[in-house]
Write a new protein. Structure first.
Length: 158
């Protein structure tokens, strides 16, 4: 019989305390191994809350860890080193990213995105830049969306 436990953990900092420890304890798996696996898989997302799913096979006393993906806005804020985005457009931009950073975030999100191509995912990330109040290379992300669509930044996308 398989049991699934879902939790939100800070990247690389899961612990045997709540919410994971009490949920895993009765299932007979090695909690230390589960926590170590979660921390290893979420280490690249240090400082971000990451959704994880632990699927435990009670009969075999085995487990699998599936790591979700943080929201694009969280990845953008991490790239900028900020806590929050702009509250209103009148506040002005909260930061400026390089196009290379936008492509890096897009590649990190590509497997979880509905976009079929890197170009499409880059445009999704640029759209989130608009929402969060971030400029890219000192310009409005809306201008760059048109440039990406025309293929101007294809060299960056590999």
């Amino acid at each position: 019989m398989k049991v699934t436990i879902q939790a939100l953990v800070e990247g690389g900092k899961a612990s045997a305390g709540p919410p994971l420890g009490p949920a895993l304890g009765p299932l007979g798996v090695n909690i230390g191994q589960v926590i170590a696996t979660i921390n290893e898989k979420t280490k690249p997302y240090a400082g971000l809350s990451i959704p994880v799913k632990v699927v435990v096979d009670k009969d075999a006393k085995s487990f699998e860890v599936e790591v979700g993906s943080p929201p694009v806005s969280a990845l953008l804020k991490k790239e900028l080193g900020i806590e929050k985005g702009a509250k209103a457009k009148a506040d002005g931009p909260v930061g400026d990213l390089k196009m290379e950073q936008v492509v890096k975030v897009a590649k990190a999100k590509q497997s979880a995105s509905l976009g079929k191509t890197t170009r499409a995912v880059v445009n999704e990330v640029l759209g989130t830049c608009v929402s969060v109040g971030v400029t890219v290379d000192g310009r409005s992300p809306k201008e760059l969306i048109k440039e990406v669509a025309s293929g101007k930044h294809d060299a960056l996308m590999g």
